[in-house]
Design a protein around this ligand. Structure first.
Ligand code: GLN
Ligand code: ZN
Length: 756
């Protein structure tokens, strides 16, 4: 029995990896230094895993930006727009990030995680192995550590499934070439002594059709014919619906997820004969969350699996790559012990694996003690007063249907709001944030370091709000915002003010490329104790006669962008957050704010992989949102905002939120969205984003007019709003003002046309 990880976090405990990459991009680092520094980093990771006592060393989990992109470039899949045919590092980074003249490749969510990979594009050029990153990794490991590692590679089935641009006519030829390049790649590794290859096939956790399974089988039959090494198919993020079929593939072993996929995989194994001559890698320790495993319970699972499968050999591993968790809890100096002791990041998860293995072989005192300590830590957290807030738990349990509903249906509310708010037709607004300039960031930094007082900090932000109120007057917008200068992150801001949240110092995880996020931890019952946004909002409203929108982050987004306690269902946690936010909505309303926006950019991205689980997720998400807004008067207008996704197949769900108005990112799929709205007219207020805020480019008035004209075909006058795609905090002031002026000009033309 051996211990292993599917992958280790490559960013490093201090985000060293990110810094190296970014220094190189800024031109502060030569290519050779980049290579040197990255090499030393990844060898350090391997040494470290070895020193922790992990049996198997795995390479291939490291990347220069993204592992899907690594493979695409190795296979020569470089789209024509990048001009140079050869796979240089510049081309690689141009594909990843765009360059002066070329846009970057598309990025999308890696299964149900918050990580985004680069989507490989196939343009018909024959695949060819142009380089072999893995060979470099193996060579340096042998040289430095003196050990031949196993290599982990994203598998061919998943790779082809996530590649875009392969027509059905092209697919057979593409697949032949694909197997050929995988074969060649593995051959080169075999020449260096490699004998074990782990092919990651998370796509096997989807509900595959018979044809898709047959295709996958064919790929593995062909591949195993041309390579000598032991191939392991490793799956993660779910169980495998077609386990029985996949276990027949002619490979040396399988890795299954016994965390997210525990129920499904165990149930399947009860009635399938696991092939006795094959290795089973048990994904035992959760690679996705930050909580310590219940080790006693995990030991029972090992026994169950041993009995069920009688597998020749077992590997104990993490349920998926540890890329999705931070490096080590030991760097956290400020967490209270009760919480800290119940956490496990990558290194602690490796220690758990080792302990579990020791337990299987001996039940000696130190091992038993360690298991008992683990249980004790979990119990202490469970009994933490922050988890025993009876009133909050009871409030969730006692929720009834009517708690989720506004007083009157949309039609009546619309009339009441028209009367009360007196907005012009085709109102213009923004999404909430204005540029977080250098000065804004410096001010916050000084405050965090204690160099300025709270009053000074707030004073500065107020000035900035005042300045932007004047700018909004000058631009001529209809509904104003205060600008969100007091917020860095839309989740962190609320987490810091609500009870039940904890913040780490170094618990970073990659979101995409070198971009890292440090999600808060929801460890206790979520409670609202004081207004969080009222002061800033009321101040801003006092400066103008225009209506000013209050700005909140919604319950589902707070949930999806946090690490969440695992002793409650996610929907119960969402309801707790919703109840807390409802207090804030009430407080804003009581303070005279009559338009309140509750952002839910992460609602769609949280969709579970399985169709069968999607409905329950969407339903509870919708309920949580509605609960947040339910108590307000008919006259109070509730807005929401969504972005980061394509929404044309999500309109019904959005409508079900019953928000009076939604502003929605459209630039990625404007045409499709218009088409979808033609078929299913949207019943409430909606503002289709009229320009892309991700680019510094100022849109022309004409472009915006075109979008408005198209939108008018599908959105009625009473429901028509005009806004950019998303918040403007990453943009510069000049661009922002210039773009919004174009938007308002285009809007006024529309307003005149309609009057005439
Ligand atoms: N109100 C937020 C902002 O304007 C919304 C951000 C988002 O949708 N991601 O920044
Ligand atoms: Zn947005």
């Amino acid at each position: 029995m051996k211990t292993a990880v599917i992958g280790y976090p490559y960013i490093g405990e201090n985000r060293q990896w990110k810094r190296i990459l970014e220094n190189y991009w800024k031109g502060q680092l030569e290519k050779s230094s980049l290579e040197e520094q990255l090499k030393s980093l990844r060898l350090q990771y391997l040494q470290h895993q070895k020193s922790l006592g992990l049996d198997l060393l795995t390479v291939g989990d490291f990347t220069y930006y993204d592992r899907m992109l690594d493979l695409a470039v190795m296979f020569g899949m470089i789209p024509k727009r990048y001009e140079t045919e050869e796979a240089s590092l510049e081309t690689y980074y141009a594909m990843a990030r765009g360059s002066k003249n070329v846009v970057a490749s598309e990025m999308t969510k890696w299964f149900n995680t918050n990580y985004h990979y680069i989507v490989p594009e196939y343009e018909g050029k024959p695949l060819q192995l142009t380089s072999n990153l893995f060979a470099k990794l193996v060579r340096e490991t042998v040289e430095t550590i003196g050990e031949v590692p196993r290599v982990t590679i994203i598998g061919p089935y998943t790779f082809q499934r996530l590649t875009k641009g392969i027509s059905e006519a092209q697919r057979p030829a593409f697949l032949l070439q694909l197997i050929h390049v995988y074969g060649q790649l593995i051959h080169e590794l075999e020449q260096l002594g490699v004998s074990t290859i782990q092919l990651e096939e998370p796509a096997f956790t989807s509900e595959l059709t018979e044809d898709e399974i047959a295709l996958a089988e064919q790929l593995y039959v062909q591949l195993t014919e041309i390579v000598q090494s032991d191939i392991f198919i490793t799956t993660y993020f779910e169980g495998i619906p077609s386990l029985e079929r996949i276990l027949q593939f002619p490979v040396a072993g399988f890795g299954l997820d016994f965390v997210a996929g525990e129920k499904e995989n165990i149930a399947a194994l009860r009635h399938i004969d696991f092939p006795k001559d094959k290795t089973l890698a048990i994904g035992l320790v959760n690679g996705r969350d930050i909580w310590a495993s219940n080790l006693a319970e995990r030991t029972i699972l090992i026994e169950t699996i041993q009995k069920l499968t009688g597998a020749k050999e077992l590997v104990l591993q993490t349920s998926c790559s540890l890329q999705h968790v931070p490096v080590t809890v030991s760097n956290e100096t400020k967490l209270q012990p009760t919480l800290k002791n119940a956490l496990a990041f990558a290194d602690e998860k490796i220690k758990e694996l080792i302990l579990l293995k020791q337990y299987v072989f001996n039940h000696e005192t130190p091992v038993k003690q360690a298991i008992a300590m683990n249980l004790d830590a979990l119990e202490r957290l469970q009994n933490h007063p922050e988890r025993q807030k009876v009133t909050i738990q009871r409030a969730v349990q006692q929720l009834k249907q009517s708690d989720f509903e506004r007083q009157a249906p949309y039609g009546q509310r619309l009339i009441a709001q028209k009367e009360a708010l007196q907005l012009p037709d085709y109102p213009t607004t923004t999404i909430g944030s204005f540029p977080q300039s250098e000065a804004v960031r410096q001010n916050r930094l000084k405050w965090r370091k204690g160099e300025i007082t709270n009053e000074q900090y707030e004073q500065f932000n107020q000035e900035e709000t005042k300045r932007w109120i004047a700018i909004q007057e000058e631009i001529g917008l209809d509904v104003f915002v205060h600008g969100e200068f007091e917020r860095t992150d839309m989740v962190e801001y609320f987490g810091e003010k609500l009870e039940g949240f904890a913040f780490t110092e170094k618990a970073w995880v990659v979101s995409y490329g070198s971009r890292c996020v440090k999600p808060p931890i929801i460890y206790g019952d979520v409670e609202w104790t004081q207004p969080m946004t009222v002061k800033e909002t009321v101040y801003a409203q006092s400066l103008t006669n225009k209506r000013l929108k209050g700005m909140l982050t919604g319950p589902v987004t707070i949930l999806n962008w946090s690490f969440v306690r695992n002793d409650l269902s996610r929907s119960d946690v969402a309801y707790q957050i919703a109840i807390a936010l409802q207090q804030e909505v009430k407080a804003l309303e009581a303070a005279g704010i009559s338009i309140i926006q509750i952002d839910e950019p992460a609602l769609k991205e949280g969709l579970p992989l399985r169709k069968s689980a999607q409905k329950a997720y969407v339903q509870s998400g919708i309920k949580a949102f509605k609960l947040t807004a339910a108590t307000v008067k008919n006259e109070t207008q509730i807005h929401t905002h969504m972005c980061y996704c394509e929404f044309n197949d999500f309109i019904e769900e959005i409508e079900a939120l019953d928000a009076d108005v939604i502003s929605i990112e459209t630039s990625r799929s404007h045409g499709e969205l218009i088409e979808a709205l033609k078929v299913n007219p949207y019943k409430l207020g909606i503002g289709l984003g009229v320009y892309d805020i991700h680019s510094p480019r100022v849109p022309t008035q004409q472009e915006i007019e075109t979008i408005l004209t198209e939108s008018r075909e599908v959105i009625a006058k009473d429901q028509f709003w005009i806004n950019p795609d998303c918040g403007l905090k990453t943009r510069r002031e000049e661009e922002t003002i210039a773009s919004l002026k174009q938007m308002v000009k285009a809007a006024s033309i529309l307003k005149q046309q309609v009057k005439a």
